[in-house]
Design a protein around this ligand. Structure first.
Ligand code: ASN
Length: 337
């Protein structure tokens, strides 16, 4: 029997058309445009249906409500399909892929996010390959996790990051193997795939609106300027630090602020500005102070994954101590220690 794939079209360049204000999505246009691609109707392809979201968005406008909407669409169609392809703008695709990886618990079917850098309607568009290969990967069913496929690479969703604003190989997986590479054949890196938990019930955890911040440290940063955002209403903050988790110690201002944030109940998660490698708190004196002030290590998580994980853990309603512990644990293949 043919596999059945549900394509969720949320917007993004892939389905955009030129307008007087630049590219924008167009309601009701994309289904016919992809139905006219001969390969998508080949007998070697899975059967597919498409659900068009309303409104269609440039992914810069995607936020928690849209993540929940995508999650609900997958939950509501979970039994009827063998896999899902989520068409999404590239700008925030790595955030959405990370968010879905946490929201969809007990997932045992492929969920593949993809999009394109050049709209389907334009010459040299990368939309066809990204869509066709993602649909084939979803139909093959080898991966049972949330992934992002783009430019020949299949990446674990919560390990992905957008690395090029204009290249057709626009995403990277700096701290984990590609899950598959599509050349003449699609070659899976079987040893690197997640094994779905046995007998786990599939369910969706919708995210709540949580106040989260990201602060990138830079030479000369005046920490006192940021004190005003470190209030009790800030639930979590991702600190993008230098190298292995280092912060400047020149004005002694950051640590009291971090300590205060910690006392306020804010979870301070330390990630690195380096794309690859890991945070090792305590490797240098400039980082050990962070642990003393109550910060947790994000190890080699991307900022995208750390942000999504904070949303997830707070949405579960866990205590602050439980969140601190789980931030440092590998929940969905998002970090390695
Ligand atoms: N601005 C677009 C988006 O993220 C970029 C793209 O899809 N290539 O929706």
């Amino acid at each position: 029997m043919k596999k059945r794939i549900c394509i969720l079209y949320t917007g993004g360049t892939i389905g955009m058309v030129p307008t007087e204000n630049g590219y924008a999505p167009k309601k009701g246009y994309f289904y016919d445009a992809i139905a006219a691609i001969p390969d998508l109707n080949s007998h070697d392809m899975p059967e597919w249906d498409m659900i068009e979201f309303d409104p269609l968005l440039d992914s810069s406008n995607i936020a928690v409500e849209q993540w929940n909407q995508i999650g609900r669409a997958i939950r509501d169609n979970y039994e009827a399909y063998d896999g899902f392809v989520v068409l999404h703008g590239t700008d925030t695709m790595a955030y959405t892929a990370s968010a879905l990886s946490f929201m969809l618990e007990g997932l045992s079917k492929p969920v593949i996010l993809t999009g394109s850098q050049i709209p389907l309607c334009k010459l040299r568009s990368d939309a066809r390959d990204n869509l066709i290969t993602s649909t084939l990967i979803a139909g093959a069913g080898n991966v049972k996790e949330v992934c992002l496929y783009f430019g020949g690479k299949l990446i674990r969703g919560n390990r992905s990051t957008k690395s090029s604003a204009d290249g057709l190989i626009a995403f990277d997986s700096p701290n984990y193997h590609f899950l598959a590479e599509a050349g003449i054949d699609i070659r899976y890196n079987v040893a690197s795939l997640l094994t779905p938990p046995l007998n786990a019930d599939f369910h969706l955890t919708e995210f709540k609106q949580i106040s989260i911040g990201v602060l990138k440290v830079f030479p000369g940063i005046q920490f006192s300027l940021f004190e005003s955002i470190m209030t009790e209403s800030l639930k979590g903050i991702v600190l993008e630090t230098f190298g292995a988790g280092n912060i400047p110690s020149y004005d002694d201002a950051l640590l009291p602020i971090i300590r205060k944030a910690f006392e306020n109940g804010t979870i301070v998660t330390v990630c690195s500005q380096c794309q690859s490698g890991t945070v090792t708190l305590g490797a240098y004196a400039t980082s050990s102070a962070l642990t003393k002030a109550g910060a947790v290590s994000g190890y080699n998580m991307t900022t995208e994954a750390a942000v999504a994980k904070l949303y997830y853990l707070f949405s579960l309603g866990l205590s602050r101590d439980e969140i601190k512990v789980k931030m440092e644990q590998d929940l969905r293949g998002e970090l390695t220690k």
